[in-house]
Write a protein that binds this ligand. Structure first.
Ligand SMILES: Nc1c(NC[C@H](O)[C@H](O)[C@H](O)CO)[nH]c(=O)[nH]c1=O
Ligand SMILES: CC(=O)[C@@H](O)COP(=O)(O)O
Length: 172
């Protein structure tokens, strides 16, 4: 039995009043697409309306923190602010130190971004040593050895947006 993963949620969360931003890198696209779909499908199953999920892209994971910050700010300027954002990227170790620097700096920037934008920022970054690891964590490796982690990110987004923002539930 798999031990890893979000496990059973503590209660049912109603995402029907939420607005969610997904911003994803375009590197490792096949894996990214599966993760984004997993996140969207899970949020739809928790009541989030399709029209309230906005998807944007950036070139690579390194661009996620700045792109995410501007994505949130623009959602405010347009009068339709997000309740939560899910940056999604897939970093795969190559032959240089490139991976380590981007994984570390992007993770720290996404963590501190939460304070800057005042929103939950879900950690949708895979940091894999091999392509096989990344495929497995998107649920698309040949043996289907793991579940799609995008589903966890979608569930985490709805829970974090609802649990810590009761006002979101009072919207008409
Ligand atoms: N190697 C990976 C990258 N590299 C690209 C950088 O993220 C960045 O776009 C570039 O250096 C321009 O600033 N990005 C990923 O998302 N995944 C990788 O495996
Ligand atoms: C974008 C780069 O600098 C690239 O050459 C990194 O190479 P690797 O992914 O093999 O570490």
């Amino acid at each position: 039995m798999a031990v890893k993963g979000l496990g059973k949620v503590d209660k049912q969360y109603d995402g029907s009043k939420l607005r969610v931003g997904i911003i994803h890198a375009r590197w490792n696209r096949e894996i990214i697409d599966a993760l984004v779909k997993g996140a969207i499908d899970r949020m739809l199953s928790m009541g989030v309306k399709e029209e309230n999920i906005v998807v944007e892209t950036v070139p690579g994971s390194f661009e996620l923190p700045w792109g995410c910050r501007r994505f949130v700010e623009i959602s405010h300027q347009e009068g339709r602010p997000f309740d939560v954002v899910i940056p999604i990227g897939v970093l795969i170790k190559g032959s240089t130190m490139h991976f380590e620097y981007i994984a570390d700096s992007t993770t720290k920037a996404l963590m501190s971004l939460q304070e800057k934008v005042g929103l939950p920022v879900i950690f949708g970054l895979l940091t894999c040593m091999t392509e096989e690891q990344a495929l497995a964590r998107a649920g698309i490796d040949e043996g289907h050895t793991m579940h799609n982690h995008g589903e966890d990110w979608g569930a985490a987004a709805v829970e974090m947006a609802v649990k810590f923002n009761p006002d979101a539930q009072k919207r008409s």
